[in-house]
Every structure is written in structure tokens, then in C-alpha cells.
Design a protein around this ligand. Structure first.
Ligand code: SAM
Ligand code: SF4
Length: 329
């Protein structure tokens, strides 16, 4: 099940819990926010639980909760508890970290194995400029709490996502790498991607090769680590480091060949590729009374149409698509 025409098995589900967000990152959202889908069109807790369960039966063994800001959804912990009971290899969360600290113990009890916190700068004034909101202290405090709970060790991963932006935070990449040397954190540098409404411009891109060179200039040569075939990142470290750095080169070195990812948006649309605009509404099918077998068939039919690779940078920049925040990164 869940294998496409190119033999790629789809074992990872990215589940958008909400389109809402408490931040307004410049590369993700316009300052005024994006038009939100009405609440009645969003998947309920039960619908999310049903879809996750049936996709797990079909072969998914990793679920990542994302958004929007997943913790902006009131029942986020309840959703994590339900999905945690499905017996997954990995239950992961991507969050901006602002609302994380108080929810972290409950999420850990629910079985959260992999935590990713997005943080593009270690400087308060830049945090405000990039996210258009205050909150750096809360994010750093949540990261300390995650380390204290054992994330980063004991088989539970801790990652920090950094979107590298030209002339904005590129001078901080070595500081982030030095952090990964001291703490058991994987800092992942992400190339900025074009999406509807984010006003992406090629000149903002900091290619992976440039980020890596800046780190090596400051700290010395990096050694490549072994990465899983379907990993979105190429990771590196130096002897003696507690953590590592990773590069998500979606633009300069796309990783479509090993893609194992399915996405379901907060309003129940299945997307088989982050960059394609083809969608199937699993919400409409569920609300029209589809059985689990019919839903599974709809997923497989969508997968049968999945392309080998995305179309490249420039076509993507002009493709009419949902804003990133409504897809779930
Ligand atoms: N709100 C949560 C967060 O920020 O972690 C989860 C959703 S966010 C859309 C998921 C990830 O996508 C974040 O790490 C964010 O930095 C990244 N992201 C958003 N827009 C992006 C873009 N245009 N290019 C590259 N990464 C982007
Ligand atoms: Fe919100 Fe995450 Fe988008 Fe930033 S990247 S605006 S935190 S959804």
C-alpha cells in the first residue's frame, strides 16, 4: 500500500492541525495574515484521528504534526494523545515554540518522539523583524525545557529549523552551528521556498553550499553523517560535537527521489507533493459517508498520479498554490 508509480513507499504523514498562527514570519505569511478557512470546514478531532488511524493501517509509521502553528489549536495535545496510541515509529511536532513549554510534559507523555522548533535568529530584535512578533525568550526557554526532558538524547530527537535569508540572518549560521556543537540539537538550515503570497524572490535564497562554507570558514571542516534515504536533510558534524547541522536544499538539490511524504491539510485535503496543486478532499469524502476502504482507495489513486520530481524553482514561484501556512511545511 501507499507505493507510487516510481516505487516510493509513503510512510510519513505531515498533518496540518490548523492554518492559524501566532507569528507572521516574513517568508511564510503576509503581515495581515491569510484568509482562513471557516472552522466548520476544518477537520474535527475525530476526523483527524480517523484519517491518521487509516493511513497508519495502510503503512504510515511516522506522523508529523504541523500547521500553521499546531499548538494554536486548542485540542493539539488531545490529537497528539490519540495519534500516540497508534503505535508509530515516530510522532513528531514542528512548532514555532512560543506556546510549547507548558504543553511539553503532556506532549512527551502522549508519546512525542521527535521535536522540531523553528527559530531563525538568536537575537531579539531580529526575531521581532522576522516573525513580526516578540517571543524569543519563550522559544529559548522551551528549548531548554525540551533538553531537560531528554529531547536530543534517549532516542528522542530535537531539531531547530533555521530558514537562511540573505542579508537577514546569514551572518548567524556559525553561531547556530556552535550551538549544535555544545548541545544535542540538530540545527537544520532550510533554503527559502516560493509559495503563494510569500513574495519569494530568488535574491533571498542562501544556497546550501554557501551556508556550509560559512560554517566551515568559522569552525573548520564538517564530516558527512549517514542519513536515511528519505531524509530531507544532508547532515554533518565534527568529532566531539554533541549535535549536528543539516541542510535542507529543496531549491538547489531537491530530494524528490526518496520522497516518502503525504500531506493532509487542516481542512482535510490530501496533497501528495508539497509543490503540486493537485488535492483530494478527504474531508468531503468522509462527510459524504465514505468507508475507510474508500478513503484508502482515494489516497492510493492520488498517489498513482504523483510526479517523479517537482518542476524546479521558477515554475514554482508562479504556481498558484495555497500559502505555506495552509499546507503545513
Ligand atoms: N508554525 C510551525 C513552525 O514554524 O515551525 C509549523 C509550520 S511552518 C510552515 C513549518 C516550517 O516551514 C518552519 O520551519 C518554517 O520555517 C518553514 N517555512 C515556512 N515558510 C517557508 C518558506 N517559504 N521556505 C522555506 N521554509 C519555510
Ligand atoms: Fe507561523 Fe510557522 Fe509560518 Fe512562522 S513559519 S508564520 S511560525 S506557520
Amino acid at each position: 500500500m501507499l507505493t507510487d508509480r516510481f516505487g516510493r513507499r509513503h510512510t510519513t504523514l505531515r498533518l496540518g492541525l490548523t492554518e492559524r498562527c501566532n507569528l507572521r514570519c516574513v517568508y511564510c505569511m503576509p503581515e495581515a495574515g491569510v484568509p482562513l478557512t471557516p472552522t466548520r470546514a476544518m477537520l474535527t478531532t475525530d476526523e483527524v484521528g480517523r484519517l491518521a488511524a487509516l493511513l497508519v493501517r495502510a503503512g504510515v509509521d511516522k506522523v508529523r504534526l504541523t500547521g500553521g502553528e499546531p499548538l494554536a489549536r486548542k485540542d493539539a495535545v488531545e490529537v497528539a494523545e490519540r495519534i500516540g496510541r497508534l503505535g508509530l515509529r515516530s510522532l513528531a511536532l514542528t512548532t514555532n515554540g512560543v506556546l510549547l513549554e507548558s504543553r511539553l510534559p503532556a506532549l512527551a507523555r502522549a508519546g512525542l518522539t521527535d521535536l522540531t522548533v523553528s527559530l531563525d535568529t538568536l537575537r531579539p530584535d531580529r526575531f521581532q523583524a522576522i516573525t513580526r512578533r516578540p517571543g524569543l525568550d519563550r522559544v529559548l526557554s522551551a528549548l531548554d525545557a525540551a533538553l531537560a526532558l531528554g529531547y536530543g538524547t534517549d532516542g528522542r530527537s530535537l531539531k531547530v529549523n533555521v530558514v537562511a535569508l540573505k542579508d537577514v540572518n546569514e551572518d548567524e549560521v556559525a553561531d547556530f552551528a556552535a550551538w549544535a556543537a555544545r548541545e544535542p540539537i540538530e540545527v537544520r538550515f532550510i533554503e527559502v521556498m516560493p509559495f503563494g503570497g510569500n513574495g519569494w524572490d530568488r535574491s533571498e535564497l542562501v544556497p546550501m553550499a554557501q551556508t556550509r562554507a560559512a560554517i566551515e570558514d568559522a569552525l573548520g571542516p564538517l564530516d558527512r553523517c549517514d542519513d536515511a534515504r528519505d531524509s530531507t536533510a544532508q547532515t554533518f558534524r565534527q568529532p566531539g560535537w554533541r549535535g549536528r547541522v543539516g541542510f535542507v536544499a529543496s531549491m538547489t538539490a531537491p530530494f524528490c527521489a526518496g520522497c516518502s511524504r503525504l500531506r493532509v491539510t487542516a481542512d482535510g485535503a490530501l496533497k501528495v507533493c508539497l509543490f503540486g496543486n493537485a488535492e483530494v478532499s478527504l474531508r468531503d469524502a468522509m462527510r459524504a459517508g465514505a468507508s475507510d476502504a474508500e478513503l484508502a482507495r482515494a489516497v492510493q489513486t492520488a498517489l498513482d498520479g504523483k510526479h517523479a520530481a517537482h518542476a524546479g524553482m521558477d515554475p514554482m514561484a508562479i504556481t498558484e498554490d495555497r500559502p505555506m501556512i495552509t499546507i503545513g511545511g
